[in-house]
Design a binder for this molecule. Structure first.
Ligand SMILES: [Zn+2]
Length: 116
């Protein structure tokens, strides 16, 4: 279960933001989650519901956007989107280079929040 610590930190950020801005209630949190991260939407919401009880974020919906995986070729420096099913056999579409590094698609961050 990787979701629990992630949700704890997301909730903490959301609540801190809410307190600073005199928010009465947080109704939705927009998250961007990399396609490569193994966070599952359903579990994220469940943990969130559990952890946010009795806080201003209770009942908030998590709106989760998946961020595509992008890699950059170390030979010709172009960046390109990657199909995660084929991630083991990535070659640069421009020069067929095989030294490619990941530039997005991992991790998560809060993009926005809806508050009252
Ligand atoms: Zn290349």
């Amino acid at each position: 279960m990787h979701e629990l610590p992630v949700i704890e930190s997301i909730l903490k950020v959301a609540l801190t933001h809410g307190q600073k801005n005199d928010v009465q209630k947080i109704t939705a949190i927009y998250l961007q989650v990399g396609e490569l991260s193994d966070l599952e939407d359903e579990w994220m919401q469940r943990y969130f519901d559990y952890l946010s009880k009795d806080s201003i974020a209770e009942g908030a919906q998590l709106k989760i956007d998946r961020v595509p995986v992008m890699m950059q070729c170390e030979d010709c420096t172009i960046s390109f989107q990657v199909d995660i099913k084929k991630i083991d056999e990535i070659v640069c579409p421009e020069c067929n280079g095989k030294s490619n590094k990941l530039i997005s698609g991992r991790g998560y961050f809060i993009k926005n929040m809806e508050v009252i």
